[in-house]
Design a protein around this ligand. Structure first.
Ligand code: AMP
Ligand code: GLY
Length: 417
């Protein structure tokens, strides 16, 4: 099978890496890719994944059998609909279903309509009514921009001035939700779906804050773990019954079923699981921890999704634990310099893998950073303590000036181990 992976981050490197392990691959292309994906496949660096015409002409040129879409923006722009018209199967939702992620007001209406437990929320598209609501409220609230915001569209605060300022800036060109603030802990549930049935992958947790102990600024994610200690079979069964089953029933009812992955962000509260958000693609950096734990052939798994035979697919999941830690550039998530020379990276071993998040090879063949989050290192082991030793030992070999990483990824969960 000839595969094209769309995207350029560590998530896409891990997806391409997983495909590269299959002996059923006859061609592996990544558009645009990064310096890491160039080592395992062919980068189509001139192809913009957000331009369907370019994607389709790349598919024709390279006789692509299947397109795996990594990030959300191409999905929101309808790349899967364009590919379908050309008869090319793709992993990911059509444009209408992509709204579950690209419009938070749409997804909140969907959850309420289908009885999916979620935070109480009010939608606003005018500042006047929003202001009145905030002025009459009390306590901590969450404001969410409806449209895609690359992780920057949510603010929680109990300060009315802060809430009003944030809301005002959103309402200039979008609508917003004001939500009740939920207390609990978050997990990410990934459901693969062929449009008829779904299978749940092991739960993950990501670590979004820049500082140790979940302090400091929000980032695109500084690490993740898979599975999540403390998430029992009983809790997973509750989540499935209360949140996943009504979600998939609703998708079918509303004609939104698709082939790909639904990411369900869950807050486990004392009143049970509540859905924070849907994403219609694999999470980053959860995927980098999750994919090494899938033992099944990745081409065959994707074929089952294309063929609609996922329900019969005997998926094999490793019983190891995985921790992934992100190495970021100095200054990130604030201003940072790009094109820092990378002096050294760890070799892949049975217990560690280094995925590139944003890198380039310069014209002299020198590897350089190309963004804020630069590498994602994954450690694997029979338990989290071994996985932690593996990831932090491999991380010592990730060398570039100013590079930094959190040293406590997963720790808050391991107490229960
Ligand atoms: P979202 O994009 O909707 O998942 O929101 C981003 C992050 O904001 C989530 O991962 C949570 O950490 C936080 N968050 C969102 N909604 C709520 C809520 N209702 N209560 C508490 N925290 C929330
Ligand atoms: N890890 C959060 C996300 O991928 O949206």
């Amino acid at each position: 099978m000839k595969i094209l992976v769309l995207g350029s981050g560590a998530r896409e490197h891990s997806i391409a890496w997983k495909f590269s392990k299959s002996n059923r691959i006859t061609g592996l292309f990544i558009a645009p890719g990064n310096a890491g994906t160039a080592e395992i496949g062919e980068n189509l660096s001139h192809v913009n994944p957000e331009n369907p015409k370019e994607v389709i002409s790349a598919c024709r040129e390279h006789n692509i059998d299947y397109v795996f879409v990594g990030p959300e923006v191409p999905l929101a722009l309808g790349v899967v609909d364009y590919l379908k018209k050309e008869g090319i199967p793709a992993f990911g939702p059509h444009k209408k279903a992509a709204r579950l992620e690209s419009s938070k007001t749409f997804s909140k209406k969907f959850m309420n309509k289908h009885g999916v437990p979620t935070a109480f929320a009010k939608e606003f598209d005018s500042f006047r009514s929003f202001k009145k609501y905030i002025e009459n409220s009390s306590g901590k609230l969450v404001i969410k921009k409806s449209g895609l915001a690359a992780g920057k569209g949510v603010l929680e605060s109990d300060d009315k001035e802060v809430l009003l300022d944030f809301g005002k800036s959103i309402l200039k060109n979008d609508s917003l939700l004001v939500e009740e603030f939920l207390e609990g802990y978050e997990i990410s549930i990934f459901a693969l779906t062929d449009g008829e049935s779904y299978i749940l992958l092991p739960p993950c947790a990501d670590f979004k804050k820049a500082g140790e102990g979940d302090s400091g600024l929000n980032t695109g994610g500084m690490g993740s773990i898979c599975p999540v200690p403390g998430v029992s079979k009983e809790l997973l069964a509750d989540i499935e019954e209360q949140a996943i089953v009504p979600t998939f029933r609703g998708l079918k009812k509303d004609g939104l079923s698709y082939k790909g992955l639904l990411y369900i962000g869950i807050m486990v509260t004392k009143d049970g699981p509540k859905v924070l958000e849907y994403n219609v693609r694999f999470g980053d950096p959860e995927t980098e921890a999750l994919l090494p734990l899938i033992n099944s052939d990745f081409v065959s798994l994707n074929e089952a999704i294309i063929d609609g035979t996922l329900a019969e697919f005997p998926i094999e999941i490793s019983n190891q634990s995985a921790i992934c830690v992100v190495a970021a550039a100095e200054g990130y998530p604030g201003d940072y310099k790009k094109l820092i020379k990378v002096d050294n990276l760890p070799e892949e071993t049975k217990s560690s893998i280094c995925f590139h998040a944003s890198t380039v090879m310069d014209s002299e063949g020198v590897l350089r950073t190309n963004g804020g989050r630069c590498f994602t290192v994954v450690g694997l082991g029979d338990n989290f303590s071994k996985a932690s030793d593996a990831v932090y030992s491999a991380m010592k070999s990730v060398e570039f000036e100013g590079g930094w990483y959190r040293k406590d990824i997963g720790k808050k969960f391991f107490i229960e181990e």
